[in-house]
Design a protein around this ligand. Structure first.
Ligand code: UT7
Length: 329
């Protein structure tokens, strides 16, 4: 069919919060943060920047990478847990900001697994010939700093803002192999309370009380989340490789969601993939649905990808959700 990755782009806001900055805000230390998470700094958006602004910068970078115009896009999907507002959706705001045409635009929410979910959705929709979606942009974008409780040392040091965009193109050539080789997604709602923002939705609408009790911020049981993250990512990668009948030796890069260096290490050990696991969590922290695409863009910009390379991407996040995709670059 010929659905391939045409190009990729990413953006992180200018302002950097270092571990030293956190030492002044909460009872923590650079030593604790580095040894427990591997994170050294993260980028934080300005007060004027909403999620759609961060997303639009990544979208423009991806367009520049491909040489396409915004009006060439047939659909825009944004994955985010930090949308500008409840309605309209962030993808529609991005459509306007980048000057795309009146293509379909919608958001999905699968937390940190969002970009892998979006890839599956886009690939499925592009695979229906009568739908005629030739060029689709998927974006993982977060202004997650707006959800972070900067008085909670156990979560505030972890997250950073950023966005990434991937443009998929169906070139109509049956000789072109599809980018999606195999993928598996999963979710287990019984773990929903491990990682959540309790208020602000229909279950607990905003009130003076929810604000006073800091219920509009991320709450997380880190230890259990850590454990399930390692198990779900390692297992799903193994399933995907088996499904595709591709061995890890054939994979050029494994890109696990960049949440915590120790989670990445544990997944790498389980997969026996230490030599091909990509890491940039030290510089960006956990950018949720943006992280896989930021990694892809970095690999591409630094000349570490060649057409045809196999990339094994995997993520987990609130829900809990998880997924893996074996991608052909
Ligand atoms: O995209 C999905 C997002 N979720 C994740 O990635 C979370 C996965 N979990 C983690 O990354 C880790 O569980 C954390 C980094 C959140 C925590 O690391 P941990 O090794 O599981 O530490 P812990 O929660 O067991 O806490 C150990 C100690 C506690 O003190 P006590 O009770 O032993 O006295 C914490 O209060 O470390 C304390 N602590 C801190 N100390 C200094 C927690 N956060 C901090 C901090 N600085 N920032």
């Amino acid at each position: 069919m010929g659905i391939r990755i045409k190009g990729v782009g990413s953006y992180v806001p200018e302002r950097v919060l270092t571990n030293a900055d956190f030492e002044k805000m909460v009872d923590t230390s650079d030593e604790w943060i580095v040894t427990r998470t591997g994170i050294r700094e993260r980028h934080i958006g300005s007060p004027e920047q909403a999620c759609s602004d961060i997303a639009a910068e990544a979208a423009k970078a991806a367009l520049a990478n491909t040489g396409l115009a915004a009006t060439d896009l047939d659909m825009i999907i944004v994955s985010t847990i930090s949308p500008d507002m409840v309605i309209p959706n962030t993808a529609a705001l991005v459509q306007k900001k980048i000057g795309a045409g009146m293509c379909p635009a919608f958001d999905i929410e699968a937390a940190c697994t969002g970009l892998i979910y979006s890839m599956n959705i886009a690939y499925g929709m592009m695979s229906v010939p009568t739908f005629n979606y030739r060029r689709v942009m998927i974006i993982g974008a977060e202004k997650i700093s707006t959800l972070v409780d900067y008085t909670d040392r156990s979560t505030c040091v972890l997250f950073g803002d950023g966005a990434s965009a991937v443009i998929l193109e169906n070139d109509g050539d049956p000789e072109t192999p599809d980018f999606m080789v195999a993928s598996k997604l999963g979710a287990d709602g019984k773990y929903g309370s491990l990682l959540c923002v309790p208020a602000g939705g229909s279950a607990m609408p905003a009130s003076a009380e929810t604000v006073a009790n800091r219920l509009h911020h991320i709450q997380m049981q880190g230890g259990k989340t850590f454990q399930l993250a390692v198990l779900s990512m390692a297992r799903t990668c193994q399933l995907v490789l088996r499904e595709a009948d591709v061995s890890l030796d054939q994979v050029r890069w494994a890109i696990p969601h960049q949440a915590n260096e120790r989670i990445i290490d544990a997944v790498a050990t389980r997969l026996k993939a230490e030599d091909k696991v990509f890491r940039n969590v030290a510089r960006f922290g956990n950018t949720s649905s943006a992280s896989i695409g930021i990694a892809l863009d970095e690999l591409n910009r630094t000349g570490q990808l060649e057409r045809g390379d196999y990339i094994l991407a995997t993520a987990f996040g609130a829900g809990l959700t998880w997924g893996a995709a074996l991608i052909r670059w």
